[in-house]
Design a protein around this ligand. Structure first.
Ligand code: NAX
Length: 329
């Protein structure tokens, strides 16, 4: 039996679709290790329906008798959910309603992330880290980080790992190779169809992907839009948005951020890297270190890649403009 101190993992939107695919994997040790006990601190909105559904999920977690699940906290209060939390997984947000403009969604969800950013900064653990999944995740993480006075900006990340996993899978399929043969595929920019899945540096079996695929037009005109619009394709096919694959990507995101030497795509404060505007959160490759991560800045972009990065940067800057009042509050 393990003697490690439990890690506190706060999850928002815990009774939602992604929550249902996520919590059981965290509790079984797939995210933080098979010898690492966890305490799940689960936040849902204060409606009777959401709180009841959350109780149901907690009952199922109990029924799994997970040896690593040391405790659970169920709440509608952010200050309780984030109390002493080491990992803060911000999954919950409002879906886009009928007739709702993207700008309204940005502003509505932005308010959630102001309150949660404040609460995390006030009550979470000193080593707290944040991973935002709720969309628009790049802008939501920027809003949450703007509230932080105690925690530094590098503690705040957003998830583009689902896009990386999708991009690797599509390259493997096209080349007819195992997923393990595809490497160095990183996502730049926004988690939206403008993202740039950088096939120009990707490798298949150690060789440049473009050389192995041998079809530049396919990479530019089919592959990139297919990766960018994969979320919409899943909704079209399933009638529901990606949940299991999103939960899986979040497990990958956190596990790789706690595995020294792992190289993976994370949306971080751009600090002007790769031509992104200062202060927007953009996907880029990072390497995990003993204390956090360092951004890999050594990839040289050609004109095509630069034009794609400029496009996704424009969208991120536009989103930031839409929520500028929230950033100042
Ligand atoms: P669901 O609508 O099934 O669940 C969301 C849950 O969040 C609901 O139970 C709701 O009550 C709760 N919630 C809403 N506001 C909250 C708040 N202020 N505090 C706590 N809980 C709150 O959505 P689900 O399919 O689980 O998706 C969750 C989010 O992930 C959405 O914003 C979605 O767009 C986003 N996604 C992000 C992805 C990414 O790669 N970054 C991919 C998958 C997904 O689309």
């Amino acid at each position: 039996m393990t003697t490690k101190k439990p890690i506190r993992v706060a999850v928002t939107g815990a009774a939602g679709n992604i929550g249902y695919a996520l919590l059981f994997r965290i509790a079984s040790g797939e995210m933080l290790g098979k010898d690492q006990p966890v305490i799940l601190q689960l936040l849902e909105i204060p409606t009777e329906g959401a709180q009841k559904a959350l109780k149901g999920v907690a009952m199922e977690l109990e029924d799994c008798a997970f040896p690593l699940l040391a405790d659970m906290v169920l709440t509608d209060d952010a200050n309780v959910a984030f109390k002493d939390a080491n990992w803060n997984l911000l999954v919950g947000s409002k879906p886009r309603g009928p007739g709702m403009e993207r700008a309204d969604l940005l502003k509505d969800n932005g308010k959630i992330f102001i309150a949660q950013g404040k609460a995390i900064d006030a009550v979470a653990a000193d080593d707290a880290r944040v991973a935002v999944v709720g969309n628009p995740c790049n802008t939501n993480v920027m809003i949450a980080a703007a509230q932080a006075k105690r925690l530094t900006a590098d503690r705040f990340t957003a998830m583009v790992r689902l896009d990386e996993n999708r991009g690797r899978a599509q390259l493997a399929k096209k080349a007819g190779v195992s997923i393990n043969d595809v490497s160095d595929l990183f996502i730049y920019g926004n988690h939206s169809p403008t993202m740039f899945a950088d096939f120009t540096h990707a490798k298949i079996g150690g060789k440049p992907a473009a050389e192995v695929i041998g079809d530049e037009a396919w990479l530019k005109n089919d592959y990139l839009p297919a990766v960018g619009k994969r979320g919409a394709a899943i909704i079209e096919a399933r009638g529901l948005s990606s949940a299991a694959s999103a939960a899986n990507a979040l497990i990958d995101h956190v596990r790789d951020l706690t595995t020294v030497g792992a190289v993976h795509s994370v949306a971080v404060n751009s600090e002007g890297r790769y031509g992104f505007a200062e202060g927007v959160w953009a996907g880029m490759p990072v390497k995990t270190t003993a204390t956090g991560y360092e951004v890999i800045t050594s990839y040289e972009m050609d004109d095509f890649a630069k034009s794609k990065i400029a496009l996704t940067n424009d969208e991120l800057v536009g989103e930031r403009d839409t929520v500028k009042d929230l950033l100042a509050s």
